[in-house]
Design a protein around this ligand. Structure first.
Ligand code: SAH
Ligand code: SF4
Length: 349
């Protein structure tokens, strides 16, 4: 009989299981609390009897990640982790320190199926989805390694969160559970390349998280060349879904726009973008692209002057805009980069 992944279970599910195993229901809460603290074995659950710990070992396992590699930035307090999963697969997370506390960027899949042309993760193919417990473990390991509380989570590491919808939703509910890790849903951001049907599903969940849309282009011609998902759901379908999400949740959506030299950074592109986003409750986040320089597609960062002109047009059109601060620039802190070291091109995301 294969063991069950107990850290991916909701408290109510553990309670139901325990009832069927004739284990007192209140023990489920104790176990859930231990799991939220990040224990990696049942033997660490010291307020449970040894007999109970042994019987739990026969039915369940506790997922964890181990630190394979860790890079600390010399310039700021950013730390990049390469974590090894129980089956030997590798994923990345980035821990960042802000004035308001610690934030972690976690992976949701091993690789990604979406194949965006500028993204190292997208270029490396797809291996498998992460379980809720594997997503949680990244936070717990980074938190324990630094003896800190992490207050903000961004689902912006390797993978497309909405392509792993069930596990990601489970992760969100467990991470925000008041009996467990208890991170505020308002302190979580989820970034998607635009899996439109799942944006509608997420809207129905009425979660107070921040939705980030990786738009990166002001029209379908450019977006089709950069992001294959655009052929499934074009820009107008995507923005319609965003507007529906905003209407349901009354939350400002963040529009991510990677600035790529001579690809999407002209003033005309800025005008088209402003038109698309007119009257939408949103904020544009410009990200100078991290060049991954493959031979086939060479994407370079936009020049400073182009970024300034782009910002000017957006501001003129009353679209709130900022340029993303670069943290950990010396350690390839963009996700997807570390794993690829030693391969043909270095990293990204
Ligand atoms: N799959 C999700 C989340 C992971 S990617 C998504 O695409 O939104 C996280 C962010 O990094 C996305 O906004 C993505 O477009 C961006 N990104 C990927 N490669 C990049 C690069 N080379 N330079 C800058 N941003 C990049
Ligand atoms: Fe996947 Fe996001 Fe990279 Fe696109 S940008 S390939 S969706 S991880």
């Amino acid at each position: 009989m294969s063991l069950v992944d107990i850290k991916s279970m909701y408290l109510e599910e553990i309670e139901r299981d325990f009832e069927s195993l004739s284990i007192p229901k209140y023990k489920a809460k104790q176990v859930f609390k231990w799991l939220s603290k990040g224990v990696e074995s049942f033997d660490e659950m010291t307020d449970l009897s040894i007999a109970l710990r042994n019987s739990l070992k026969e039915k369940y396992y506790i997922a964890s990640v181990q630190i394979e590699k860790k890079l600390k930035s010399k310039y700021d307090e950013t730390t990049k982790y390469l974590f090894k999963l129980n089956d030997g697969e590798l994923i990345e997370s980035v821990l960042m320190k802000y004035k308001h506390g610690y934030s972690i960027c976690v992976s949701t899949q091993i690789g990604c199926k979406m194949g965006c042309k500028f993204c190292a993760t997208g270029l490396s193919g797809f291996s498998r989805d992460l379980t809720a417990s594997e997503i949680l473990s990244q936070i717990q390991k980074a938190s324990a390694d630094n003896d800190i509380r992490i207050s903000n989570i961004v689902l912006m590491g390797m993978g497309e969160p909405l392509d792993n919808y069930e596990n990601v939703l489970r992760f969100l509910n467990i991470a925000t559970s008041v009996e467990g890790i208890n991170i505020g849903m308002r302190h979580i951001s989820l970034s998607t390349c635009g899996v439109v049907d799942k944006i509608y599903s997420l809207a129905e969940e009425k979660l107070q998280l921040t939705l980030s849309i990786s738009l990166h282009a002001p029209n379908d011609d450019i977006r089709n060349k950069l992001m294959p998902i655009n052929k499934r759901y074009n820009i107008s379908e995507l923005l319609l879904a965003c507007r529906a999400y905003i209407a349901k949740n009354n939350r400002r959506v963040s529009i991510e726009y990677a600035m790529i030299d001579k690809v999407n950074d002209s003033e005309d592109c800025a005008r088209q973008l402003a038109k698309l986003l007119k009257d939408m409750l949103c904020h544009v986040n410009l990200i100078p692209v991290n060049s991954i320089g493959t031979r086939k597609n060479k994407f370079e960062k936009s020049k400073k002057e182009s970024i300034q002109k782009f910002i000017k047009v957006l501001k003129y059109n009353k679209i709130p805009v900022t340029v993303r601060r670069t943290l950990g620039s010396d350690i390839s802190a963009s996700c997807g980069q570390l794993k690829r070291k030693g391969e043909k091109y270095e990293n990204i995301c």
